[in-house]
Design a protein around this ligand. Structure first.
Ligand code: MOS
Length: 748
């Protein structure tokens, strides 16, 4: 795609190919475990086989004697981690409680917890020696079964301390008003534990370059957060920790926290004084790097006979570990999505003898939307009303929770456009009406929303005298195409062709970026990239004026272009100066700028919205559910790259199908151990499960979210998909499945 004049024909919006696509598909892209360091050795973890108790003894002798073994490390001989002594051991981002202190003492908090580690000269020798380590335990009675322990659920301490917390009990209007409603429904919904299964396994290479200087190549979504956490752990200055995550092979949220294996590798590197590589097995991924927590929900809802909601009560209890209070925004959508005068929510967590959960794509909002959007469908059915029409009748033009106008909301457009594209008119009100041979056919929809986040971010621009531009920020790119979008943003702002712009990321030495989480990267880092491009042009303009090029005096940033090695001025007062003259003989001009949310953001309520439409076919004999067609519509503000954003939507839809039909980490409570712990047992969708997915973007800039007008896509791509499938299954069969995943046995 050739762009002559970026002012006329912007790069933003183009379906540009990924700048790193070729590197990824040819293997040139290096992921954490692929770095080779001189003298590097390998660590393999030994994990607990009980869910609760103490390590009575560890027999490490046979492992120590095995070939190639340099060390067997456990709580008995681990180098001390200074940060572990503080009660408030840092997690990034902070959760309540205290993250697991690996090899700290003899306590076992969950099955699969690291209890020892073998370091050897090769991976195979470390793996073999790890199998020789034998532990004896003093076992305590464990509690891993959610249902059996649900009465111990409690209000998160954050909400206990602060009644204004979003996790605190919430009442708008009257509490439990649905109970006296004209037409009412009441139902319970179960989201089972799901585990992030990105293609790339969690991995780290830890290297102490000096006594107090640490470099890690780490799989993380937050290089700055990881840097801060390790610096605090080891009591060393933040700048002494270097975190590299140039490529990340998917993460879905499990890279938003630092985990025990990371600290274990750093401990190993300290102990043997050599760089150490540690990669988890797929099985270990189920036990120590987070998961979407099992969550029970109950919704009561009432409406008038003409389809106006009168009340919603929504309760949720999510699982956490015994040592950390993981919480998420399961109930947020219920507070703001529909115009109901009475809404109350109640959120609790339940501590079990399991590892700590973490946000998994869509996070709590996806869990909450399963209940809310299923309940909306149940209510519409009770009213004998089309569920799309029911949502239209309960549309709200202001946020009833924050009592603020929306910055933008094109939900109605998403509903209408999606209905047209899926062929909603074919849908029958009466379930079980449509058939195609042995297949029952049904249609469903689910609405999603997620806050349009914007967090402070910085970017550095390095303009070379030849006109090339390098831009740096410490964000990561876990797959959405961040690097590509940033090049497009810079190309537009500078009028430099994308081929002459390089965006560098995934390095803690670069200026601040928030973690790549919560659908905030384009808005936050994109705004910083735009800001530094404007700053760069202004700096060049000042220099030009100072050098006597008066035509540049007072020129607006959007009239300034960098073209063919010149700073140029567009419009009637056309002028240009060679960049070389403006760099004062320097090789490059380096500038850093920052973007952060302003007060404007407080005047509006800012959310992205999505609507997912699905057509399903349910086999009347076997109960197999096939998703036949998907149309996902999104109001996410400006779409910077139609292709990568479209990929995000497709990926989210695929994740949503997994959530709806397959994903379930099944635990054997006799042992507190998952029995589904590889991709043969834990099912995720494969190509044969995925139909044509059509994506529609409203693509209207939001004037208030940030200078780019973006609102975020990553989460809304998935939020609302699972209930869309469940609602379609109901429409096809008349069977309402309130416990995910919707497996054939539930439809028989
Ligand atoms: Mo996302 S769950 O914020 O990686």
């Amino acid at each position: 795609m050739k762009k002559q004049d970026a002012l006329q024909d912007p790069y933003i919006g183009d379906p540009m190919d990924r700048v790193d696509g070729r590197m990824k598909v040819t293997g040139a892209a290096k992921y954490a475990a692929e770095y080779e360091l001189p003298n590097m050795v390998h660590a393999v973890l030994v994990t607990s086989t009980i869910a609760k108790g103490r390590i009575k003894s560890l027999d490490t002798k046979p492992a120590e004697r095995a070939s190639g073994v340099l060390a067997v490390i456990s709580h008995l001989n681990s180098p001390k981690v200074p940060g572990f002594a503080q009660h408030d051991h840092p997690a990034e981002p902070p959760t309540g409680g205290q993250p697991l202190r690996v090899f700290y003492d003899d306590k076992v908090y969950s099955n699969g917890q690291p209890i020892a580690m073998v370091v050897a000269d090769t991976f195979e020798r470390a793996l073999h020696a790890a199998s020789l380590v034998k532990a004896q335990y003093t076992q305590d009675k464990h509690a891993t079964d959610f249902d059996a322990n649900v009465q111990k659920a409690f209000l998160p301490s954050q909400a206990q301390k602060n009644p204004d917390s979003h996790l605190a009990d919430y009442v708008r209007g009257k509490k439990e008003a649905y109970k006296t409603g004209a037409i009412k429904i009441e139902a319970e919904y179960i989201q089972p534990t799901e585990v992030h299964n990105p293609m790339e396994l969690q991995a780290i290479i830890a290297h102490w370059e000096a006594e107090d200087k640490l470099t890690v190549y780490d799989k993380t979504q937050a290089v700055k957060g990881t840097q801060r956490a390790f610096a605090k752990d080891w009591g060393i200055p933040v700048e002494n920790v270097k975190v590299i995550a140039t490529f990340v092979g998917g993460a879905f949220g499990n890279g938003l926290h630092t985990w025990p294996h990371e600290t274990a590798a750093i401990i190993a590197a300290k102990k043997v004084n050599r760089p150490v590589k540690l990669m988890l097995t797929r099985e270990q991924m189920f036990f120590m790097v987070g998961y979407r927590p099992h969550t029970w929900q109950k919704i009561g809802m009432s409406a008038t006979a003409d389809g106006k909601l009168t009340a919603i009560s929504h309760e949720a209890i999510g699982q956490t570990s015994s040592y950390e209070e993981f919480t998420e925004s399961t109930l947020q959508q219920t507070k703001m999505m529909y115009a109901s005068p009475n809404v109350d929510t109640r959120y609790r967590i339940l501590a079990l003898d399991v590892s700590t959960p973490i946000w998994m794509r869509g996070p709590g909002e996806a869990t909450g939307a399963f209940a809310l959007e299923s309940a909306m469908d149940e209510m519409a059915f009770a009213l004998n009303l089309d569920p799309l029409e029911f949502r239209m009748r309960n549309h709200t033009d202001t946020d009833p929770d924050k009592k603020l106008p929306w910055s933008t909301k094109y939900l109605t457009e998403c509903l209408q456009e999606g209905a047209k594209r899926i062929g909603w008119s074919k849908r029958q009100l009466k379930p079980g009406t449509l058939r195609d041979g042995e297949w029952q056919v049904g249609y469903g929809l689910g609405v999603g929303t997620f806050g349009a986040n914007f967090r402070m971010a910085q970017a550095t621009a390095r303009l070379q005298s030849n006109g090339r531009v390098i831009i740096q920020s410490a964000t990561t790119d876990i797959g959405p195409g961040t690097g590509t979008a940033m090049v497009q943003i810079a190309a537009d702002e500078l009028s430099v062709a994308p081929a002459n712009i390089t965006f560098q990321l995934g390095n803690s030495a670069f200026p601040h970026s928030p973690s790549q989480g919560g659908s905030s990267t384009i808005s936050s880092v994109g705004s910083a990239v735009q800001a530094v491009c404007i700053a760069l042009k202004q700096k060049l303009q000042e220099t030009a004026v100072a050098k006597g090029h008066v035509a540049f005096q007072g020129a607006e940033p959007d009239k300034l272009l960098l073209q063919e090695g010149q700073l140029a001025l567009s419009g009637s007062t056309a002028a240009s100066v060679p960049l070389a003259d403006l760099l004062n003989g320097q090789q490059e001009l380096v500038l850093t700028a920052e973007a952060k949310p302003g007060d404007e953001r407080k005047k509006f309520s800012m959310y992205s919205f999505s609507v997912h439409f699905v057509e399903v076919r349910v086999h009347s004999v076997t109960g197999v559910v096939r998703v036949n067609k998907i149309v996902s519509c999104a109001d996410a503000g400006t779409i910077v790259n139609e292709k990568t954003a479209g990929n995000q939507m497709i990926g989210g839809a695929v994740g949503g199908i997994g959530m709806a039909l397959m994903e379930h980490a099944v635990m054997d409570h006799r042992f507190g151990r998952y029995v589904t712990k590889d991709l043969a047992e834990y099912h995720v969708p494969v190509h044969a499960d995925i139909p044509q997915i059509e994506v529609y973007f409203v693509n209207k800039p939001d004037p208030y979210t940030n200078p780019l007008g973006t609102k975020g896509i990553g989460e809304i791509a998935l939020i609302g998909m699972a209930p869309a499938v469940a609602n379609a299954v109901f429409n096809a069969t008349g069977k309402r499945i309130r416990e995910l995943p919707i497996t054939p046995d539930k439809l028989m």
